[in-house]
Design a protein around this ligand. Structure first.
Ligand SMILES: *Cc1c(COP(=O)(O)O)cnc(C)c1O
Length: 398
């Protein structure tokens, strides 16, 4: 038996059966390429689901992590440590937010954002029945709170009751939002660019009008930047390119570039009128190791000019995908922002993803009929051409 078959079999015997895993055992990576345990090389347009922004094997990032491992891994948030204080400063300066709480995942960042909004409203009127408006086709995570605001009924159905008082509007449809707003509304939550739900950027006018609506009624605007943030769309956070600032925002995925860390952050006004000591906590959240990752990520972004690079190469990716669309009738749409792109097909994409893998190209879906392209942000012109060549071959077969 091949070693990979053995590893897959062991996993299948013991993992809880919650994933349809691909039959590939990944072993190591280099730049925008990944290698499986048998040595097969894959061009990585998947990046661990939009996580590996720096590509694989960034030496300085890795050295920073190793250094912190030998110094101190964990302290508890009841103490201060240098990486955490610095990471908080760097995150706030970069985002324009005033206060941040580090979490271990995106879903926990959403939990924190929801608790912040409910507490903010509670302090105003003492009510405990406030409502949150979320968007259809959104994705915010798998814990009960995050799941409750996730606009995919299929994910929620078996796990009711949800946290309650969640209303769903249609994304980019202002009237549908207006209709749901009332005196109990404490927050409107959305991804600035919907990822999982099919890669749909917010309309600039929609986002501006929602911001206005929130201002008029003192409703908190929560922008989920877990997937679209950290430079992926051509600004450090996608909302920065819209000229709309959230009251609360979430981050994760590329924030740690592989180290599990997330964040929710807010303006001073919200911070001063919401969570206080005892309201929220996390044993691991933002521990010295995770905080070192955040710091090292921001350092590498600065040094490598990641955000500028995204602005440079994103049009090349768009062009390559448009060319694929022009030559394959099965492609019905190309959409996205920056290096968060999608091709929608007139059929399910599972077969295409499997064939692409055979061709040494890793892709992920965003809904049954949509291919998602979330490469490392370090991707170059040649890598985009290589992806196009391989995908062209795969689509030619189907
Ligand atoms: C991935 C994702 C989450 C959940 O993050 P986890 O780290 O998997 O918990 C939430 N929101 C968005 C937009 C995401 O893409």
């Amino acid at each position: 038996m091949k070693k990979s078959e053995e590893i897959i079999k062991t996993g299948e015997n013991y993992f809880l059966n919650t994933y349809n895993r691909y039959p590939v055992v990944l072993d190591h990576g280099e730049g925008v390429y990944l290698y499986d345990i048998e040595g097969k090389r894959y061009l990585d347009f998947f990046a661990g689901i939009a996580v590996y922004a720096l590509g694989h094997g960034n030496r300085e990032f890795n050295e920073a992590l190793k250094g912190q491992i030998d110094r101190l891994l964990h302290t508890s948030n009841l103490f201060y440590n240098e990486p955490a204080s610095k990471a908080a400063e760097v995150f706030c300066r970069a985002s324009g937010m005033d206060r941040v709480f580090f979490t271990n995942s995106g879903t926990e960042a959403i939990e924190g954002a929801i608790k912040t909004a409910r507490k903010y409203a509670y302090l105003k009127d003492g009510g405990t029945d406030h409502e949150i408006i979320s968007m259809e086709h959104s994705f915010h995570g798998r814990s009960m709170g995050a799941l409750s605001v996730t606009g995919n009924p299929h994910y929620r159905e078996a796990f009711g009751p949800d946290i309650g008082n969640i209303r769903f509007a249609s994304f980019n449809d202002l009237d549908s939002v207006r209709k749901l707003v009332n005196d109990k509304t404490c927050a409107i939550i959305m991804e600035t660019v919907q990822g999982e739900g099919g890669v749909y950027p917010a309309d600039p006018d929609f986002l501006k009008e929602v911001r206005k609506l929130c201002d008029e009624r003192d409703i908190l605007l929560i922008l989920d930047e877990i997937q679209c943030g950290m430079g992926r769309t051509g600004s450090l956070f996608a909302w920065q390119s819209y000229g709309v600032k959230p009251d609360v925002m979430t981050s994760a995925k590329a924030l740690g570039c592989g180290v599990p860390v997330g964040a929710f952050a807010m303006t001073a006004k919200v911070a001063d009128h919401s969570l206080v000591p005892g309201d929220h906590g996390s044993t691991y959240g933002g521990n010295p190791f995770a905080a070192t990752a955040v710091l090292a990520v921001f350092e590498q972004y600065e040094k490598l000019g990641i955000v500028d690079h995204v602005r440079e190469v994103a049009p090349l990716l768009e062009q390559a995908l448009d060319e694929l669309k022009a030559s394959h009738a099965c492609i019905v749409d190309r959409r996205g922002k920056g290096l968060l792109q999608a091709l929608e097909l007139d059929r399910p994409v599972a077969g295409v993803i499997a064939d692409a893998r055979e061709e040494g190209l890793l892709l992920i879906s965003a809904g049954a009929n949509t291919l998602r392209f979330v490469p490392p942000l370090t991707i170059g012109r040649e890598d985009i051409q290589e992806m196009k060549k391989r995908l062209d071959k795969v689509l030619g077969k189907s």
